[in-house]
Write a protein that binds this ligand. Sequence first.
Ligand code: MOS
Length: 740
Amino acid sequence: MTTLLGSSLPRPDALGKVTGDARYPGDLVRPGMLQLKVVFAGRPHARIVAIETSAALAYPGVVAVLTAGDVPYNAYGLIDADQPVLCGDVVRFEGDKVALVVAESQEIAAAAAKLVAITYENLPAVTDPRAALAPDAPLVHQHHGSNVLGYVPIRKGDTAHGLAEADIVLEGEFSTSWQEHAFLQPEAGIAFVDDQGRLVVETAGQWLHEDRRQIAMLLNLPVEQVVIRYATIGGAFGGREDLSIQHLAALAAWKLRQPVAIVWSREESMIGHHKRHPISVRCRWGATNEGKITAVEAEVIADGGAYASTSIEVTKVAALFATGCYEVPNISVDGYAVYTNNIPAGAFRGFGAPQAQFASEIMVTRLAHALGIDPVELRRRNIYREGSIEPMQEPLPPGVSALPVLERCVTEAQARFQQAARRSDDHAPGTTTFGTNGITSHLRRGIGIACGIKNIGYSFGFPEQATATVELHGTGTVEHAHVRVGAAEVGQGTHLALGMIAAETIGLPLDKIVMITDDSSEAPNAGSASASRLTLMAGRAVQDAAVAALLAWADEERPAQATVQFRPPATTPLDPITTAGRPNYAYGYAAQAVEVEVNTLTGQVQVLRVISVHDVGKAINRQQVEGQIEGCVAQALGYALMEHFQMRDGHILTPHFSTYLLPTALDMPTEIVPVVLELADPQGPYGARGVAEMPLVPLAPAIAAAIHDAVGVWLTEQPMTPERVLMALGAQQTKIERPG
Ligand code: MOS
């Protein structure tokens, strides 16, 4: 192997992004392009009695007003096509779309959108998932018959037996809230019909070929007639997995045969795209005095909102990880994805794993405390090892590195936290600190640790593949190569990583590799930029195609070309009776240790230090791996402590960044230590596995444990805001003052 793999090469897209030269979807311009404005429902549940468009149409500069009748096939969705493009009879959440106004300018479109007069008859809204499960609850989808979008049972062993065997049984109840992706560029794009009669959509997204499939379907077009191209993408994090505006611009451009542009404001983006699922977990964990976990029972309820999106898949992941990364002999989990009249919930970095492991990691630490066993030691006694049996009753895919990742985290934490304590001459974690005047300080420090597991790639039988084409050009020797792979560069650095894999495999310098990646008609389907899968999946497709192209080259083919579809070992759908099977083909393992300072007067939690340890199999580009870890820790910190997307009675209370608080530089820890282990995944290219989502999994429970270490209370609701910390401290105070 050359020194290329593992080096910290700079990103080719970095310069344009900082100078402003990069063209994001909102920067795209076509001559004569029209502007599109969406008319949102603005109410959680209502019947549409009438839509009056004549006043809007009469407004000078308005070209068209489109409504449900203008959509050839008015249903779409990533997994289930249960969402109307434009609502014709019923609206089911505030951000449902009822009409599109197309006009000569954004100002005209916005003014005319206000003139679309819609008469509604309000329907009872159901906005609490538990209430939505009641037999007499109003139905979000009449024809569906109930609000249960998906039921996910997982059974292993015999929990009654396992709980009877336990020396101690703890109960817990946890809740998490929505999270907003808050990517830098709100949704935008243009659509037009090109001179070959193809409908071209230039936008941002996470999966060229899936966007193409959905748009072709709702317009009744053959997929070849639709071309999706990605411009520079300002982050995605799962939030661009579902269609948001791409199909709206496509519909208008196809109808009108004119170029159409759309740019959402931040507020439209907040209301218009799905969020991370709020999930509540009720559970019971049993363990023996020796620290063996004997049984886990859990109920996992996910608020799916008004449309399916990926809710069932997220709920499967959450149910699977209700026992974290621990081998538990007896498991009974009931997962429910529930329809409500809230904003739809869907993919967000971690995809159900952070919510489930917020609960499971806190439960493991609580068990350790109750048993008088060190929380790290309890983890060691139960953590997944090679050959451990998963909740779905089969062995884990090979390459299990949970324990070495935990051990490395412990070593790093011991070294760094002690060092830091010596440097700042501060006090041992978990003890009260005293000011110079001898008065108890209101600042308390604590440390916490947590583990995390996240699948790489699609789970539970969802078809999984990645395809790449490599072409080798030259006369005597290979002089340069074209790599065609339809993988979305959402800011994670996949194009550079895939280029490095190609260069390494072919034996060319990186600047002799031409990457063709952003056009669905030019690059084959590599699947989505999601599930931390592109490095492993698209990376293997590129590597295998490069090897095959080299063989063709040896056979004197000029240019030599090979297309390879990589398919990992099959996973199996959830069996509704036995629940046995193979949910995933690969996992990423993480562990984090944190040190926090809790202000007992304000409830503010400042994270001082984070150690984030990951087995990435092989770091293709070390700087990018560390960047993913640091960026993800920032997002995880916001999730743990601050980001509180709120709805009340179906209305979003936090549609702006002034009310939805994101962490800034001042909220970040003084030290984030990314630690990268390279224990090869048996399938990954050069052993690489994914890392993108993993740092989001352990941070919230690690911070919860550190808060407990500092002030002795458990926070069980995410985000752990100052108000909630104060409330927990107040409850503790009351207990002390009024014993019994
Ligand atoms: Mo991501 S949550 O796998 O788009």
